[in-house]
Design a binder for this molecule. Structure first.
Ligand SMILES: [Zn+2]
Length: 69
């Protein structure tokens, strides 16, 4: 605890040691890249069932029907 107090976190974009001025990124460029990803929607939550909304009634019937007995 004398000079460098802040532990450099790895840049989430390129993995380099982050710079305090651009934390948590290593440079302004990486910060811009990350921001660009956000704006473009690069950070989409995986596993969203939003893929079938465009296909319409393409699901094969027979699975949702109750058993006839
Ligand atoms: Zn970086």
């Amino acid at each position: 605890m004398s000079s460098a107090a802040k532990p450099a976190a790895a840049c989430p974009v390129c993995g380099k040691p982050g710079e305090a001025a651009y934390a948590p990124f290593c440079s302004r460029r990486c910060a811009d890249i990350d921001l660009g990803r956000w704006l473009k929607g690069g950070y989409v939550i995986p596993g969203r069932p939003e893929d079938d909304t465009d296909k319409g009634p393409a699901t094969p019937s027979g699975k949702d029907e109750p058993p006839e007995s």
